[in-house]
Design a protein around this ligand. Structure first.
Ligand code: PLP
Length: 428
């Protein structure tokens, strides 16, 4: 990608690179192998063509990431496309804790939690998470992705069914694929449809309902009161993935159950350290006996090296800062409201967002990468998200706020959105 901005006309892009068309995105690579497993690779041209057109938006290296601002292609930009909701990745105490942990424990434990990969730091982190969420216990994994893999696959056996929201995160789907039991899906955030699906499951099967608390792309909040009621009626257990809810909603950032005053109604809460908690890693919180089962049957926990001490220390300290400074949660919510209301008032479609995750629908895929690129050239970093992560023709720019953004930075972002929205005919 060139360092200097050049305007990209979506029509010209489509004409010059027909490979960037909808057909190319729908291209079916299955069944083209013959005897050569790599044959399909040669047919995959989309990324290469987008790079040639200078509109390839993925894997772009940052020069620096300073929290609310970053540097890319040698220039400073406003970071409106991270999950660093509380702005803690640059907090001096969090950095110091990671440095101290490296000095004390080294860079890696080179083994899984089960064998040589557990330290007192991991156990302290688990205790603090359990305390924060009011759970009996917590179990720390190396990533949030692996948490869903290990939790779901260890619980959903041949006599069980996983029932998932259609908009759930990929790691939930992958956990279901790894599980021996069946997976059923219900319409996004539709408790009535969940009721129908659970009603079809025979009494010989044990259901586990799995939902995101805050949906990672839409920024909407699960209808937990209705879902809890339906689960109770059908004797279904409930797992809530609060990856984007911890530090963002609920009392002092305690997540979705707390947001609705429904503490104690969720069987298992999954979370990650890679967002509000300024690190990497994941956890599941719940009943100690259930976690003991996962400890011994969760393959992604047992067969993968444990969370490095520096990451554990950073997450632990970030959690302590969150507990000491709950005003950060109010602040990220306020910034989100400011951005969401501003975009909505201009006439942008921000979907059902209720949180600092705010999707802006651009629609056409090529128009979206063009908008993304021009926005970046104007100094605002966002994330383009398109098919297959969204429906075809419903591509979005995912934006997200931080507690540490200033009001002026949000106003700056709004101004850039407005002028590009007008330029591209998305706004009056
Ligand atoms: C809802 C949800 N669950 C799980 C994950 C995985 O988290 P991690 O980045 O810690 O692997 C993500 C990450 O994007 C997520 O959005």
């Amino acid at each position: 990608m060139a360092k200097q901005a050049e305007e990209t006309d979506p029509q010209a892009a489509a004409a010059a690179f027909p490979g960037l068309s909808i057909e190319a995105m729908l291209h079916d690579y299955d069944g083209r192998e013959g005897r050569d497993i790599l044959a399909k690779v040669r047919e995959f041209k989309l990324a290469e063509q987008a790079r040639a057109l200078d509109v390839y938006p993925f894997f772009q290296p940052l020069d620096r990431n300073d929290g609310p601002e970053a540097q890319i292609y040698g220039r400073r930009v406003l970071m409106l496309g991270s999950n660093n909701y509380l702005g803690l990745t640059r907090h001096p105490r969090v950095i110091k804790a990671a440095q101290d942990a490296v000095a004390e424990h080294g860079t890696s434990l080179t083994g899984s939690r089960l064998l040589n990969g557990t330290t007192h730091l991991h156990e302290k982190l688990e205790e603090r998470i359990a305390e924060f969420l009011g759970a009996e216990a917590a179990l720390v994994f190396t990533t949030g992705y692996q948490t869903n893999l290990g939790v779901i696959s260890s619980l959903v056996n041949r006599r069980s069914v996983a029932v998932v929201d259609k908009a759930d995160h990929a790691s939930i789907y992958d956990g279901c694929r790894l599980a021996e039991g069946e997976m059923l899906r219900f319409r996004h955030n539709d408790a009535q449809h969940l009721d129908t699906i659970l009603g079809r499951i025979g009494a010989d099967k044990a259901p586990l309902v799995v939902i995101d608390g805050v949906f990672s792309m839409g920024g909407d909040i699960a209808d937990l009161p209705a879902i809890v009621e339906v689960c109770r009626r059908h004797q279904a257990r409930l797992l809530v993935d609060d990856a984007h809810a911890i530090g963002v909603i609920g009392k002092g950032g305690r997540g979705t159950a707390s947001h609705f005053g429904l503490e104690g109604t969720v069987d298992l809460t999954v979370g990650t350290f890679s967002k509000s908690l300024a690190s990497v890693g994941g956890f599941v919180a719940g009943e100690r006996a259930v976690l003991d089962w996962i400890k011994h049957f969760g393959r992604s926990l047992i067969f993968s090296a444990s969370l490095p001490p520096a990451s554990a220390a950073a997450a632990l300290t970030a959690l302590e800062v969150l507990m000491e400074e709950p005003e950060r949660v109010t602040e990220v919510q306020r910034k989100g409201e400011m951005l969401r209301n501003g975009l909505g008032d201009m006439g942008f479609d921000t979907g059902d967002s209720q949180t600092p995750i705010i999707p802006v629908t651009i629609g056409d895929e090529i128009a979206t990468v063009t908008f993304w690129r021009e926005l970046l050239d104007c100094g605002v970093y966002t994330n383009p998200v398109m098919f297959p992560a969204t429906a075809m023709g419903k591509a979005i720019l995912r934006t997200s706020c931080m507690a540490t953004h200033t009001d002026e930075q949000i106003e700056f972002a709004l101004k850039q959105f407005q002028s590009l929205g007008r330029k591209h005919g998305l706004l009056p």
